[in-house]
Design a protein around this ligand. Sequence first.
Ligand SMILES: [Zn+2]
Length: 606
Amino acid sequence: MVLPLGLTVPFMEDEPTTYFASRLAARNFLNARPFAADLGFSYSALDRGCEVAISRLSEIAGVPISALTENASRPLGEWLQLRGQLIDPKSRRNSRLAVCPACLEADVARGDRDPSIAIRGRLPWTLKSIRTCAVHHMALVNIPQNDRMPLRHDWSQLVAPVLPQIKALTDSTIRRPPSKLEGYLIDRLQGNADECWLNSMEFYAAEHLAQLFGSAALYGDKVALNLSDDEKYTAGDVGFDIVKDGPKGIPDFLSKMQSQFVRRDRTAGAASVYGRIYARLTVLSEDPGFASVHDIVSDHIMSSFPVGPGDFIFRKPVSTRRYHSVLTLSKQFGCRESRIEKVLRLEGLLPDRHDSGRDVLFEAARAEQLIEREMQSLTLAEAERRLGASANVMKILLDGGFVQRRRVSKGPHGLRFWADELDSFLARILEGTQPVEENADETMSVSYASAHARCTISTIFQLILDRKLRWVGRRIDRSGLDALLVNPEDLRHALNRPTEDGLSAIDAAERLRLAPAVMRRLAERKILGSFTIRDPMTGHEKLRFAPNEIDRFASAYVSLFNLGRTLGQKAARVRKDLDARGVKPAQELLGLDAIFYRRSDLEIRE
Ligand SMILES: [Zn+2]
């Protein structure tokens, strides 16, 4: 059984557990380490928050374990845990103490103990980030460092040199309220911080973040590494207001930095603009304690700079792009900046002709679509060359809807052709064509075949696309549509001439050796039976003659011209002879631009 010590001191609510043990040792006229060793525990272990050491201290001091545990810090991974908060070990004051002389003076003034034992440390003083006493609104005073290892964390020994100066220090130390950051950190240690976004971050990260942003706001990125205590105090005050509401305050501050940034060159990215903030957050990129800050700042960078795939934010590759600049568009498309600017201006996205527009951001998807279109668009002349089409054929292709023009921008030159659309049309029409050395017998170019078969070029293209021709050739010494060859017989067959639907006026005229115009008149006057059909290619009405009607007409009538040819005589001579014999032209066929005789009249007179 362990007996409590005879000489004790009261444990105070805000007193670090090791400091209390030190005070207890001093009360018993010993330094902390030998005192602890005598009583069966390790002072170093107590400093590490060891449960055995705390339990032993509890027994000998008569203080509940829970109270001692509450004020002890213990390692947790790379951090120290104190009062449920994660603290950076580097931000803990070890043998370099800082104290509020007014607090010490108050301890002495109570008069119930010897001053060397009455003065006690406070939890907030153990943190470097706290430089002000919230009770007395007084800056903490640094006590000269004592490097003797055995005295490490031995409060009473370390603070002893200050004892004679307490009064003088209280009078001389500057008074100031705690900075907003100090007030917040003290409240957090006491478990009563006001609700704010910063509470979602671990203690060490909240502290670091406020200091970082405050330094950037006040001192830029030049002197931030060597700030004095007073400068750090002010930075904490300013920084806390910037970061306390996280996504509500941080982006605003970053935007302000960007607007005030003195542009060194137009490619300056987030790293240049945000300076030390960016550099520190990059160093901290693997620290999960800062993940939410990385998210907020990354999101802001994505919306404020033309970053995209190929770029990095905090060492992480950027996977998507929200905004482009003229420069990034130029790089992505391998295209002159002046051309990019022209397209964007035509679209009204770059308002001022005199503005270089290089700082302007463009919504990425829209800008890429505009440039892509423009990049792959062709002028009429370029389109003709690509298709191997003459100006005439190009017009036919446009009129027939085989290819289309697209508007890529305003103005007279805004109508263009999409290269991929032209290529796709060309591929379809050339598919399955037979390579041919040159214009072989029985083959014709499309335009020649069109004249020969009396059908439109458009019809031939459609027949080729519909695979209605049995053979289509491609001259290997030409390119595009210009290389196409068709077979006229094949074409005639595909065009269905002659057909069971009757003969066209042209074909019927050919058979009767008459002019096509005469055939039409014969049809109009119903001397020759005819009908109309709808051309499947063009949709136009077409006149047709039944072959038996042609035969009937041919057996009933003969034209003077054809009679002369049959007789091997000139028409005028034949007519004179017939007149002399009293044979008159067929009266019902007068006025047809051709003179006809009834075969029956000719026979009777012969
Ligand atoms: Zn104080």
